[in-house]
Design a protein around this ligand. Sequence first.
Ligand code: CMC
Length: 380
Amino acid sequence: TGFITFDPGFKNTGIVKSSISFIDGEKGILLYRGYPVEQIIKKCSFIETSYLLLNGELPNTEQLNFFSEKIKEFNSINHKIYQILDKFPVFYHPMGILSSLTCILTAFTDYINIKEEDMFLHLLAKLPVLAALTYRKKVGLPPSYADKDLYYTSNLLKMFFSIPKKCYQINPIITDALDKLLILHADHEQNCSTTTVRLLGSAYVGLFSSISSGISALWGRLHGGANQAVIEMLENIIKSGGNINKWVDKAKDKKDPFRLMGFGHRIYKNFDPRAKIVKKIAEKIICELGIHDPILELAKKLEKIAIQDPYFIEKKLYPNIDFYSGIIYQAIGIPKDMFTVMFALGRLPGWMAHWKEMRLNQEPIGRPRQIYIGYKKRNI
Ligand code: CMC
């Protein structure tokens, strides 16, 4: 069987050759297909970014129009999915519902007549519909339908928040903030959910089921679920009297399992470049919408204290993308347990680009080894 390298958590194992995104964790750099994320945020929409990740290059006007129109063409779902959604208990976590419904899409897909290339567009079109339905069931609103006249993110917001018989007003401040947030989440090389998607795909699991597993992986508190955990932590700090130092000490105490949520990263040993942008978007939206948010003030104070603390300096722990994103979602009106669903909507193009790359590379089935530490052969 040869020599087996023991590397728990794949901390030092490269498992693929990829040309989708690049991270320099020491310098705090993130590139999508070679372009710095800071430039993409300024010059591209989420749909252009999705095209870039999936196809390798930014689209020209004609390609972008074709891509956007196709997505609009595919944004309805089978009526039986509405009935299935109805059967979930109201208290079930939205990430569980989204993951299940994404997998269920497989049952209503005409694989024979859909080109593989179109499958990506089907999912880009349908995941926002599933997310909006999940939200509306949670808050007791009737299902909504896509508006083909609107840009992707405006349509997403309308599907979430429109109220029957009332005209829905698009707020460009909110659309812009959400579009940027989706872009910042769009890809991040071999994180837990992306590797999950690739691993499933390597066994020839179909696209929708692979993405469904990616959504489940993202749900975890150490991964995408951290955005919900951050706001819960900040609320708990306020409820318990606002003593930030006490919570920082708790995070440093090795006997206490508590960690400062939204802090630390496997790759970034410097500021997460996404976190810097998310903080600015949070400050902008709170100011432009005229909201007084004590949580934002608290988060800024916590960041200041933590990054000056010798423990966090020594371990190179900085705020990550999840630290400020929940503040933006809350300003938009998205409930806490829907935060990670928004992350999933952003990460979708990245997951699909990796699934596609894995297939094009004809990668072998993912199959790590183990170091067996159980009994030697014994008799009953
Ligand atoms: N608070 C306190 N201590 C921490 C934290 C934290 N947030 N993060 C890491 N540490 C400590 C950890 O205890 C360990 O200490 P020691 O060397 O004494 O044992 C050291 O720093 C290294 O941590 P690790 O857990 O070995 O590092 P990792 O690369 O396996 O984990 C992480 C990375 C992101 C899971 C971790 O930093 C963490 O749990 N952060 C909080 C959850 C979070 O914010 N997750 C979102 C990640 S970014 C977006 C995403 O992936 O979705």
